[in-house]
Design a binder for this molecule. Structure first.
Ligand code: DQQ
Length: 640
């Protein structure tokens, strides 16, 4: 951080004041922009010709597929994000529900203590994470004006440990015709010599999705405060056959054997989600590869594609261009129709720019998810300091927009996770919170081998229970005989609520519970034995009783999770006020819950271990740390 001493800073503008956006309809610049955009649209037709030759092996690109309600059906006004083809408020349909009678102190309690969030207003996707001169940089989709999606700029923050964050001035604001309606999601590429190229989607003055290039104005600035937009933006427009609003979120580029960079961009053809590949040598001009990297029928628009190598024989992360023996590639798409992030592990052929999943049944959009709760639009980057690949994800709200306006903010970023290949299963990645979170640990309490009998709940006396790091392991008593036991639940093939008692579960931990259980959020396992005697373990989080507020979403999240021979049932849970991030079996499966308790808050929030099974007793061993708050505040720019 010595570089800091040599950089002359001046404050650009108030970090959270309105962006300096030219007044519409007044300036010559706007007039020029409009003219330019008309020229742009006219020239689009010319630009797209022959960009996507047919090969016969890939989905045929047809007429542009801009969405339309069609017919004479009744048209309800859509929230702006939905209308513009991107994710907006998660549950606009709940907006009309009767609101709980929230008090100021209830709403204040919901704000997190160690998850990153701006001081106020709306945030969504993480953008362009990178490491530069001693700082981890995170950019994010941000509305400087309101607690709902719109006027999307790039917020900017830095950290030395991915836990304590300093707010910086906005990095990108809509200012030109090519991003007039928003500076949308993008990714950073670090070039040899540590030059930085940032590609981002611009929503043009005509609501066309184009790709733009930006770069740091001063690479020797560790804070990367100033960004320059390339003068000849956009660098990419929707190719022939791609809808003008179906072309967004450029990936981090990776270098191929021909010394050309590859950038992957998501789209859709009819209902087939696709990953387009472009080659570039200079980040200003691009060639579209004549076939897709990959596509999956019926998965809809692929947003925020992430594509990166993963080592199968070591526990280090790999830089984005690495290929070779013992390397597989993860392809992730954010499935727009579902607002869920799906990934698959497979093999990348760098000569042909194709990727094949290891298991077609677990392909992108139909197989594994990074997170089985409420978490989206994720993005990884390679951390050269600790040689690890780090995953950021956006945790949206599941309350109403009206509640968000009352809070004055919406959304947080998940605790960054390290991603590794699970070489025990060979079938999934492992996600674990970055180790730096442990620096927040205060006092801990340990409970060894406590017997939790069938049908019981035990309160764990740990003091403050709203900021916690919990490690818990469960063993079923007499596991050896489980296969011999008579009970079967062949009718259960997914997570069901925590109240329903079955032979082998649920058992787990109830967080943010008040003593009378008027509110609680159980995180648990349920073992199910089918008629053939096969055991499946489900890992679930039940929000159905997490809040007395009627208007918030009450969901039971979950999935099956491999529990291998010799393994205990293992949980890691991070509780941070209204966020609960839960990791099962070392991060084989993850569930993020968004909860809005009204009673189980402040000192009334308690922690329980419970066993709602009818046929088994379990023993539980837990270590629980109270976590202190992270320092998340403005960077003291005026003190430099
Ligand atoms: N959010 C951005 C888009 C992206 C979507 C707009 C995903 O670029 O596709 O805010 O949440």
């Amino acid at each position: 951080m010595d570089d800091l001493q040599n950089v002359p800073y001046s404050i650009l503008r108030d970090a959270y004041g309105p962006p300096e956006r030219p007044a519409r309809g007044r300036s010559l610049k706007v007039f020029t922009s409009v003219v330019a955009s008309v020229v742009f649209l006219v020239s689009l037709v010319g630009l797209i010709v022959n960009q996507f030759p047919e090969t016969g092996e890939v989905p045929r690109l047809s007429t542009p597929t801009t969405s339309s309600l069609g017919g004479d059906e009744e048209r309800l006004p859509l929230p702006r994000g939905v209308a513009e083809g991107v994710s907006a408020k998660s549950y606009p349909s709940l907006s009309d529900s009767a609101s709980y009678n929230w008090t100021e102190s209830m709403l204040a309690w919901e704000r997190t203590a160690y998850h990153f969030q701006p001081p106020k207003n709306w945030m969504n996707d993480p953008d362009g994470p990178l490491f530069h001169k001693g700082w981890y940089h995170l950019f994010y989709q941000y509305n400087p004006d309101s607690a709902t999606w719109g006027n999307i700029t790039w917020g900017h923050t830095v950290s030395t440990d991915l836990i304590h964050w300093l707010y910086l001035p906005l990095a990108l604001i809509p200012s030109e015709w090519f991003d007039w309606n928003g500076c949308w999601t993008g990714s950073a590429t670090i070039l040899p010599g540590r030059d930085i190229k940032m590609l981002y989607t611009g929503d043009t003055v005509d609501a066309v999705q184009v790709q733009n290039l930006a770069y740091p104005s001063n690479l020797s600035d560790p804070l990367l405060l100033n960004w320059t937009k390339y003068e000849n933006n956009p660098v990419l427009v929707p190719p022939e056959g791609i809808g003008l609003t179906d072309f967004r979120d450029p990936s981090t580029a990776f270098l191929g054997p021909d010394s050309e960079w590859r950038v992957v961009i998501g789209s859709v053809i009819n209902t087939t989600g696709i990953a387009l590949v472009f080659h570039t040598t200079n980040f200003t001009s691009y060639d579209l590869v004549d076939h897709v990297l990959h596509s999956v029928e019926g998965t809809g628009m692929w947003e925020c594609i992430d594509f990166y190598p993963i080592s199968t024989n070591s526990s280090v992360g790999l830089d984005t261009s690495v290929v070779g023996p013992n390397v597989k590639h993860v392809l992730k798409a954010s499935i727009d129709d579902l607002k869920l992030d799906y990934y698959a592990i497979g093999t990348y052929d760098p000569d042909n720019d194709t990727w094949t999943p290891d298991n077609a049944a677990l392909d992108v959009g139909i197989g594994l998810r990074y997170d089985y709760g409420w978490w989206y639009a994720s993005k990884t980057f390679y951390d050269p300091v600790k040689e690890r690949r780090i995953l950021f994800g956006w945790i949206n709200e599941t309350d109403t927009e009206k509640d968000d306006f009352a809070k004055g903010w919406a959304s947080v970023q998940a605790i960054p996770r390290v991603v590794l290949y699970d070489n025990k299963t060979g079938a999934n990645v492992l996600e674990q919170p970055v180790e730096e979170i442990e620096s927040l640990r205060l006092n801990s309490t340990t409970f060894e081998d406590i017997l939790v009998e069938a049908g019981s709940a035990i309160q764990l006396d740990i003091g403050n229970a709203t900021q916690l790091d919990i490690i818990a392991e469960f063993e079923i008593q007499g596991t050896d005989s489980l296969k011999a036991m008579a009970f079967t639940e062949s009718n259960i093939s997914e997570c069901i609520d925590a109240e329903t008692k079955t032979s082998y579960g649920p058992f787990g931990v109830a967080v943010l519970a008040d003593e009378s259980f008027s509110e609680l959020t159980p995180i648990y396992f349920r073992v199910v034995k089918d008629d053939d005697g096969n055991l499946t373990t489900y890992f679930c989080a039940d929000e159905s009783r997490s809040s007395l507020a009627p208007e918030v979403l009450h969901t039971v999240y979950g999935t099956d999770v491999p529990v291998l021979d010799g393994e205990k049932f293992a949980l890691r849970i991070l509780v941070d006020h209204s966020i609960v991030e839960s990791f099962a079996q070392g991060g084989r499966r993850v569930i993020t819950s968004r909860v809005y308790p009204t009673q189980a808050i402040y000192g009334a929030a308690k922690l329980f271990v419970f066993n709602n099974a009818t046929g088994i007793n379990v023993t539980a061993t837990l270590k629980i740390w109270e976590l202190e708050s992270a320092f998340i505040r403005p960077y003291p720019l005026n003190h430099i």
